[in-house]
Design a protein around this ligand. Structure first.
Ligand code: NAD
Length: 271
């Protein structure tokens, strides 16, 4: 069986009317932008994050932009597989279906090999990689009830290349997500579930702000220039520019797109 478009309109506003979108890592940055853009397409939202205050701000942003959106929020630590399972079950119970999983939660890590602990390795890989596997597994019963199921996994350009020193843990976790996408796309194609992976370039979010704040002030401009030297537009991307691609991948305009490893990066990995 292959994924087929149903009778719902494929273009225009409301492309995801009535569908249920689960976003992990929805408390800020790209996840918050995604929540608003998915809501504009008429979706119901199930949002989780470890940051409850940020989740509330996202919920307010959604309700301010698209009043009446049905939003379920929950504090979930993506290191906690049982909590992921509980949330996916709650979403399926509440909405009857999961049409879209947008797996966006992630953390950065920069540090020399000699300083990295086993705990560092586990934290980065648990949050960035292991959580994606178990979120998809937990969402499967809900996804199987959808006629147009789609999974979007957020990796990074750093999953394909090593853009800076001290990036081994981040790069290996994000590289794993690329392989995971391909393998899941193969396994889930017979169920009509599409699986795609986004590779954002440098995007202006709290993650990037923290990255710069952690370095000495005199290094910041140099590193900023270095990062942007790979962007053909010489600027950071905005969270909405990534989220817009996630929305597209979730719609019936993308019914022939699966196992896609899709950069949203102004050429960042190409040059
Ligand atoms: N900003 C960039 O330049 C960039 C580039 C490439 C890829 N990415 C990826 O994009 C995704 C979104 O990041 P962002 O840029 O919006 O940054 P962000 O820090 O604003 O968003 C990450 C979200 O993940 C959540 N999170 C972190 N640990 C968690 C945990 N244990 N359990 C639940 N939630 C947790 C955070 O609270 C936050 O809301 C991440 O996967 C990141 O690796 C970002």
């Amino acid at each position: 069986m292959t994924s087929t478009a149903d009778q719902r309109p494929a273009t225009g506003p409301g492309r995801l009317a009535g569908r249920t979108v689960l976003i992990a890592g929805a408390a800020g940055g790209q996840g918050r932008a995604g929540a608003v853009l998915f809501a504009r397409q008429g979706a119901n939202l199930a949002l989780c994050d470890i940051d409850e205050v940020g989740l509330e701000t996202t919920q307010d942003a959604v309700r301010g932009d698209v009043p009446g959106t049905d939003v379920l929020t929950a504090r979930v630590d993506m290191r906690d597989v049982a909590a992921i399972e509980r949330f996916a079950a709650e979403v399926t119970d509440r909405f009857g279906v999961i049409d879209v999983v947008y797996n966006n939660a992630g953390i950065n890590h920069v540090g020399a090999l000699a300083d990295a602990s086993e705990e560092d390795f586990e934290r980065v890989h648990d949050i960035n990689l292991k959580s994606a596997f178990f979120l998809v597994k937990a969402a499967l019963p809900g996804l199987k009830r959808s006629t147009s199921a789609s999974i979007i996994i957020v990796s990074s350009g750093a999953g394909l290349l090593a853009p800076a020193d001290g990036n081994a843990l981040y790069c290996s976790s994000k590289g794993g997500l690329i392989s995971l996408t391909r393998a899941l796309a193969r396994d889930l194609a017979p169920l009509g579930i599409r699986v795609n992976c986004l590779l954002p370039g440098p995007i202006e979010t709290p993650m990037v702000h923290k990255f710069f704040a952690a370095m000495p002030a005199e290094r910041q401009q140099e590193v900023r220039d270095e990062v942007l030297s790979r962007s053909l537009f010489k600027r950071f991307g905005q969270p909405e520019e990534v989220a817009a691609m996630a929305v597209f991948l979730a719609t019936d305009e993308a019914t022939y797109v699966t196992a896609g490893i899709i950069p949203v990066d102004a050429g960042w990995i190409a040059v």
